[in-house]
Design a protein around this ligand. Structure first.
Ligand code: ATP
Length: 378
């Protein structure tokens, strides 16, 4: 699949930016060669780290051999290749068409998802019902079942990594972004350092025994938010949130949850079991009466659920944008936490102060939680 001599621009017209991640930029592309002008998404994983000469061509290099961006890049490609071999095409997993490589980095040619992110689509409705939420859960569980059958653990399942293929009401939902994923006996999992811990399982937080069950925990968090509009583990600081996650300390408060079916609550409780062995597998979730639709309510949920989800979603987007802009700064790559992983870089007090000032500007809208998250990284 990866043919290094071909050029991306020979085969695709590269168009507008669709989005940006910490280490990537995604652009729309149009195929020149298939005669059908197929639209695709081109995800360019920027290479801005140093890889020492003689790095092994096979196997996964260790942290000491590569920069963080190269590690994420290599991991994503290895996982995407495994996906092509063992999973694709699956209606609920993003499809990789091709891979190109040049000096700027690696370009993944992906199926274009033009239907938007999961929560964006939901908040566009005034109200929705449990049956619609069950359709979402069913699609994610189908994608996870396929990944887990291929021994791939996603490890970063969250609503922004679930995109609709197109704008139609019956559009499939696709799981994407395999930058932090792991393949059993194949890749070393890359340690997830950034972003929200809202969806992270207790075992992933303590970095022991991450398994397919860890993705099921994340699905439980997504389902909780879908039915309430707020996350199950909510605290002022990340440290307190971590404690709550590790203890599985969440509840169904009476006011919000009294009208939600007991079957949905039972499913959430089983997915948010601290012991991963007690969580249902993706295949088991697909047999669950609520997911099948038998016990999911058809009545519209309280409109408050959508308005809470709206503000949760807006806040999340702001946080992602702030983190992305900080992460894309080279200086950020030299923060203390990364230094401890990567070794020898030094950050002067002036550079540190500059970084703080920059970040405070980014947080000018007053998102103190983001600021305190950032301070913890520092
Ligand atoms: P990171 O790479 O740091 O984990 P990320 O997951 O936000 O961050 P990407 O996977 O690079 O980054 O995606 C960036 C944005 O590009 C996404 O938020 C999404 O809006 C858009 N995007 C990614 N893949 C596609 C796709 N296949 N089709 C349409 N848009 C996409």
């Amino acid at each position: 699949m990866r043919q290094e001599r071909r050029k991306l621009c020979d085969d695709y017209e590269v168009e507008a930016i669709l989005g940006q991640g910490g280490f990537s930029v995604v652009r729309k592309g149009i195929s020149k060669s298939d005669g059908r002008n197929t639209q695709v998404a081109i995800k360019t994983l920027k290479r801005f780290g140093y890889s020492p000469p003689g790095m092994p061509k096979t196997g996964f290099p260790t942290w000491k051999q590569v920069s963080i961006s190269d590690a994420l890049l290599t991991n994503e490609i290895l996982v995407m290749r495994k996906l092509v071999e063992d999973v694709s095409p699956h209606p609920n997993v993003i499809h990789l068409h091709d891979v190109y490589e040049d000096q700027s980095g690696v370009h993944l040619v992906l199926e274009l998802c033009s239907g938007g992110e999961l929560f964006d689509r939901i908040v566009a409705h005034k109200r929705y019902c449990e049956v619609e939420a069950a359709v979402v859960v069913r699609q994610i569980a189908q994608g996870l079942a396929a990944l887990h059958r291929a021994s791939i653990v996603h490890r970063d399942l969250k609503p922004e990594n679930c995109l609709f293929l197109n704008g139609s009401d019956s559009s499939p939902l696709k799981i994407m972004d395999f930058g932090l994923s792991s393949v059993e006996d194949f890749t070393d999992p890359v340690v997830g350092l950034f972003g929200s811990i809202d969806y992270v399982s207790p075992e992933a937080l303590s970095q022991v025994g991450v398994s397919p069950a860890s993705d099921m925990w994340s699905l439980g968090v997504i389902l909780y938010i879908l039915l309430s509009g707020y996350p199950p583990f909510h605290a002022r600081s990340n440290r307190d949130k971590q404690k709550m996650i590790l203890a599985g300390d969440f509840s169904f408060d009476e006011l919000t949850w009294k009208t939600i079916s007991s079957s949905a609550k039972q499913l959430i409780s089983s997915l948010l079991a601290v012991d991963p062995h007690r969580r249902p597998t993706a295949q088991e979730v697909l047999q669950h009466p609520w997911v099948i639709g038998d016990s999911a309510k058809q009545e519209l949920m309280d409109s408050e659920v959508v308005s809470r989800l709206q503000s949760f979603n807006a806040r999340r987007k702001f946080r992602v944008a702030a983190m992305a802009s900080v992460m894309s700064s080279r200086v950020f790559l030299r923060t203390k936490k990364l230094r401890s992983l990567l070794g020898s870089h030094d950050l002067t007090p002036e550079e540190l102060e500059n970084l703080r000032v920059n970040f405070k500007q980014i947080c000018a809208e007053g998102d103190n939680a983001t600021l305190s998250e950032f301070e913890q990284v520092l």
